[in-house]
Each structure stands twice: as C-alpha cells, then as structure tokens.
Design a binder for this molecule. Structure first.
Ligand code: NAD
Length: 357
C-alpha cells in the first residue's frame, strides 16, 4: 500500500492513474480538495477498489496518524501543495500554511509511523517529497542549468514555501534518519492541468475566443516535461533512489513562454481552425508578474545516470498530445471553470486589464 497526498491535483492524479495501470498495489489518496483538486480527474478509477480516497488536510497530524495506523503504507508520496505562483503573490498565507506547516505536520506523522515499523520495514520505507526547480531561483541566459547542488535562492512566496519544505525534509533525514527522497522537477504539462497555468489557460482561452495573456515580453524561459515522464521518474526514484538524496527531473526542453504560446496557436490552427485568421491574433501582452524569474533550466544527468530514467516524450510529441486531450475534454475544462475559480480571477486579475500593452 502506498499513500499519496494531493492525488486529486494535476500531477498527483496523473501519478495515481499511471500507478494503478502499472501496479497491483493499492493507493490511499489523501487530498483536501482545494480549488485545485478534482475527483473529475479520477473518474476512470472511481470504481477501482485499489483507489481509496480520503478527504483531509496534511496538517491534521492526528487524522494522518490514524490513517497510517489503519493502512500501514510502505511509502508516502507527497504532492499536496498550494502550487500557483500568481496566487502566492496575491495571498501567500495559504502557501505557508500548507507547504510549510502542512509538510511539517505530515513529517511528524510520518516519523511516528516509521518509528513504529518493524526493523525490516523501516529499512524499505520511503517518504518521497515532490518539489520544484523554482527553489533554485533564476538563471541568466548563459548560466549552466540547475544541479542538485545549486544554491537555493527562491524568489516567490510559492518557491520560498517549497524551499522551506525541502529543508524540513532534508532535516528529518539528517536528524532522525527518516528515509526521505526529494525530487525537484521542472514545469509539467499534460492532461488534467488546471486552466490557470500557462498551457491549459492558453488552450482554453484560444478556444473561447478570449485574449491569450503573455507576461511582459514573453521571453521568460522554462524547461517543460510531459507529466507522464515526471510520474515515471517518481516511480523510478521510489524504487531505486538512495535515501537522503535529491534528484532533479527535467525534459531538456527550454522554451520561452512566447514560443510555447506560438506552438499552441499553430497546433490549434491545424486541429481546430478558426473561421478566419490565426489564434496568434488573440495574443495579448500584459504587465509582467511581480518578481518574475527569467529562466529555469534543469540538469537531469544524475537521475539519468544513477537511475536510468529518461523522458519518453519530446516537447513536440507531448504538446500535440496535450492539445488533443484538451480538445477532447472540453467538458472537463468547463466544469473546472466554475463560479469559484472565475470569482478568484475577477478579484485578482481584473485590475491588471488596464495594464495590457
Ligand atoms: P495542484 O495544485 O494541481 O494540486 C495540488 C493538490 O493538493 C490538489 O489536489 C489540492 O486539493 C491538494 N492540497 C492542497 N492543499 C492540501 C492540504 N493542505 N492537504 C491535502 N491536500 C491538499 O499541483 P500540481 O501541479 O499537481 O503539483 C503537485 C506537486 O508537484 C506540488 O508539490 C508542486 O509544488 C510540485 N511540482 C509541480 C510542478 C508543475 O509544473 N505543476 C513542477 C514541479 C513540482
């Protein structure tokens, strides 16, 4: 039995769907179901007895401890987090609460669970903490990509809260000997990606004839990884990673945001052409995000060399699959774009409209 936190979110739900397709082992999916979590991501396993969903907060140590005692998981994979940088700028408190205090509460429950295991199970137990490349800060155009030993320099409340959680995990290994694994991954994309993030936002806005907002000059560089490649990397780290180690995960796919938007428009022009003109006509440059990091890039040689993982998708194959998925799942997007989500966008972004260049 494995125990996944945040399994109703974007990456967590992809991980669970992948896991159940490839393993017999059951999964407890513990998720608070914030705005970002949706059971619609897990419809295909809703009747699968190996998927046990429990709604709850990772910071609730007593509840988590009771679930550990009940299910006796051999591994915890910790995805649960507040994950949207823009939201962290508008309201950092939830990020500190979940990503820092929540991870702390979870670690305490995990430590007690691990201490209660028989010696043989203690050795094989793993706590895998899923983190981001954003903890390393920003790179100049000619800087070498981030390695596992790059200095932490988080620049947004989101990345600072993830950095704090990484440090807590590190300290639980160093101090208590907890068998932890930490992964720092670059930007993911693929099915079930919440439509506030760049790629699904652009696809959804394009199809509904809305402006395609691009921050600043659009020259911010991100490394992109198709979500199933991230899931495969996590499975590999869980299976063969060395406790206490950190693994950077990336797709060697550096793209500017504007290039990504252009690629999306071009694919949509082919797969779902407008009656006149191109989706590129909807591109609208808006005032840049506060403190926007210029470039992230991941050096993934450690996981490739030590664990034999490598991405299966190129950016070209992954992005085509992604657009196709959104075209075939517009009802999923429509459902997500509910009153609550739109209310938040209205409250937090409407003042930016005047800044559109
Ligand atoms: P997401 O926002 O789509 O999903 C987060 C999930 O966590 C949601 O289902 C939400 O309901 C749940 N959650 C939030 N607070 C909770 C709490 N207090 N208790 C229990 N559940 C809670 O995020 P995602 O994009 O799937 O990211 C998952 C993890 O991967 C995060 O830790 C994120 O930092 C990390 N990560 C994401 C990316 C990316 O590109 N999306 C890249 C690298 C790392």
């Amino acid at each position: 039995m494995i125990f996944v936190t945040g399994g109703a979110g974007f990456i967590g739900s992809n991980f669970i769907l992948d896991w159940l397709a490839k393993n017999d082992e059951a999964v407890v999916n513990f998720d608070k179901l914030t705005y970002a979590g949706s059971m619609n991501n897990l419809v295909s396993v809703s009747q699968d007895p190996r998927h046990i969903f429990v709604q709850g907060d990772i910071g609730d140590k007593v509840r988590v401890a009771a679930l550990f005692a009940q299910y006796k998981p051999r591994a915890i994979i910790h995805f649960a987090a507040e994950s949207h940088v823009d939201r962290s700028i508008h309201g950092p408190a939830a990020f500190i609460e979940t990503n820092v205090n929540g991870t702390f509460g979870l670690l305490e429950a995990v430590r007690a669970h691990w201490a209660s295991l028989p010696d043989a199970d203690k050795v094989t137990f793993r706590f895998l903490h899923v983190s981001t490349d954003e903890v390393y800060g920003t790179l100049g155009t000619h800087d070498a990509p981030f390695t596992e030993t790059s200095q932490y320099a988080p620049n947004s409340p989101y990345s600072a809260s993830k950095a704090a959680s990484d440090h807590l995990v590190r300290s639980y290994h160093h101090t208590y000997g907890l068998p932890t694994l930490t992964t720092n991954c670059s930007n993911n994309y693929g099915p079930y990606h919440f439509p506030e993030k760049l790629i699904p936002l652009i696809i959804a806005n394009a199809l509904s004839g809305k402006p395609l907002p691009v921050y600043g000059d659009g020259q911010q560089v991100r490394d992109w990884l198709y979500v199933s490649d991230h899931c495969a990397a996590i499975r590999r780290v869980l299976e063969a990673g060395v406790p206490g180690e950190v693994y950077n995960i990336g797709g060697w796919n550096e793209k500017t945001n504007l290039d990504v938007v252009h690629v999306l428009c071009d694919i949509l022009d082919r797969l779902s052409p407008k009656s006149a003109g191109s989706y590129r006509d909807q591109i609208t440059f808006v005032a840049d995000r506060l403190g926007h990091d210029r470039r992230y890039a991941i050096d993934a040689r450690k996981i490739e060399r030590d664990l034999g993982w490598k991405p299966m998708e190129t950016f070209e194959t992954g992005i085509r699959k992604t657009v196709q998925w959104y075209l075939e799942n517009q009802a999923w997007v429509a459902d997500i774009q509910s009153g609550e989500y739109l209310k938040w966008v209205d409250q937090n972004y409407s003042q930016r409209q005047g800044a559109i260049k």
